[in-house]
Design a protein around this ligand. Sequence first.
Ligand SMILES: Nc1nc2c(ncn2[C@@H]2O[C@H](COP(=O)(O)OP(=O)(O)O)[C@@H](O)[C@H]2O)c(=O)[nH]1
Ligand SMILES: [Mg+2]
Length: 295
Amino acid sequence: MSYRSGFVALVGKPNVGKSTLVNALVGKKVAITSSKPQTTRQRMLGVLHGDDFQAVLVDTPGMMEPKRKLHQSMIGAATEEAKQADLVLWLVESTHTPTSEDETVANFVAGLAGKQPVWVVLTKTDKSKEGVKEACEALLPAAARIFEVSSLSGDGVAELAAALEESLPEGPPYFPPHQLSEQNDKLWMSEVIREKVLDLTRQEIPHSVAVTIEELREGKKGPDSLYGRAILYVERDSQKGILIGKDGALLKKIGKLSREELEKQWGKSLFLDLWVKVKKDWRDREDWLRYLGYA
Ligand SMILES: Nc1nc2c(ncn2[C@@H]2O[C@H](COP(=O)(O)OP(=O)(O)O)[C@@H](O)[C@H]2O)c(=O)[nH]1
Ligand SMILES: [Mg+2]
């Protein structure tokens, strides 16, 4: 039998469950997720392996109205990935009737539909609302197929994976058998820390934080230990105070949760050194977006 493979881009408005679905399809956490919109800032890959089959899942930032330079590069990343993919999955929440944001994505996707297959995926079916499916069909009449999944319960995930396996074109394996993502350790570490910030903070703080890893090396306790030093950049002095918290409590908690998750994944002990710095309005600064890997 010939080998099948391809790039599958997941697109949709923020918070519809793109990253959670990538993790569910891959069977391992390869992308961070949170209840806050705009969690994913750059392309993340997850690899779904089968017999003589490989789907490279491209998790993209949510498409929304660009208010900052950061958003422009996020949207740019999502649209570029979609255009280059072999197949596009357009995700819509089954929990709400489509909004104007969904319509914006629908218009973009409609432009692609003539060139590459686009499937609609209704997400979060564990909480779905009636009539949403029909409303989606009205948005994109040309949609070839509609799938329904819950990444939380797992319902429909295997069916979607099987459909990908049937539909992707003949092609080469892009990644070796056991590789599930392409994120290197430093990028993954910065993402895990950012996920904890997203979980533990509110309002503008989650969106104002960027994380860089300044050092990641063997720790003092030998080959089974790691030492990592990260900087959490915020946009204003007031945000720095909030992120550190009273007597450093919040920063400690961010460090503890990040360390525990990374230690479990890597099977090594980790000493994690976190610093908070202010970089005024970095989200609107081209040079900083580049430095942080977002542009
Ligand atoms: N109930 C339910 N919640 C989900 C499901 N998939 C994702 N979520 C939640 O929706 C939120 C956004 O998910 P995320 O994957 O980060 O969305 P993204 O912005 O599209 O990547 C998170 O709080 C997830 O836990 C699902 O199948 N069911
Ligand atoms: Mg995401």
